[in-house]
Design a protein. Sequence first.
Length: 343
Amino acid sequence: MGSKLAFLGRDMAVDLGTANTLVYVRGRGIVLNEPSVVAINTTSGKIVAVGIEAKRMIGRTPGNIVAVRPLKDGVIADFDVTERMLRYFIQRVHKRRHFAKPRIIVAVPSGITSVEQRAVKEAGYQAGARRVYIVEEPMAAAIGANLPVHEPTGNMVVDIGGGTTEVAIISMGGIVTSQSIRVGGDELDQAIITFAKKEFSLMLGERTAEEVKIAIGSACLLPEEFQAEVRGRDLVSGLPKTVVVSAADIRKAIEEPVNAIVDAVKSTLDKCPPELSGDLMDRGLALTGGGALLKGLDDRLRDETGMPVYVVDNALDSVALGSGRCVEDFDALQQVLVPEPRH
């Protein structure tokens, strides 16, 4: 197999997430999974770091360097930086400078406007794509979770990312009804920061809040409850301080965003055609995305909806894997991609 053919197989799928960006390369699987963060030197405009290195810098940089998260609520907040980040990731995967331009599939939230959609495509083309296709995140997540999306049976997926929660009911390769709310992992982190300020007069950094959430966060009472030591700055004395918080504290802190997620699930079920509702009772709800890993969320949803709920095996990667499957089997899965607007 000559190098000419080797080029052709390099189509890719990108899960351009608020928190993490994953790149799937045809024939190779997921080759990159890094935080969607870029550190920029504001004096020179140069990129200092991208991904994991840049994330370590959040909240820890001198004045002339800023760590930016170019996506907010699942959509592009800073076009220029998103495009540079995407180009950086694509080139990292491609190693060779003179690569043939790949076809790229990008996963986007289902509630995204056509302007936002255009921005995503434009970023892909600027980053060196030959063609950019778009797939909706809940659809990609369902395919990645191995749900039989093409059969005439109801599949429900709840995909909780960093910036958005996507709830969708899918049948026959299309989305029957869906809802996208701009509440996700970030919102949970912010709630923890607000809570620490109010309850303990403690100022926490974003990364600390995320670590606490992962360590002891939960959506309902657990058989074993843990505590964690949290470090931040005392708002009264201005000095560093450590506070011990309990799982119950954190649960109280994130109550509101968790409720918003539960409500989105309920209101989507509310709009579900009766035949499909019956299917869902058999199949249950598939939880994907990083938010699916919040302890007890499955139990909480089970209690509130009376439906079977399960967390998908590869919850963090399912959108990337599903988009990747569209790349591997372009022709068969063409119908699930968002159609090109007719000019």
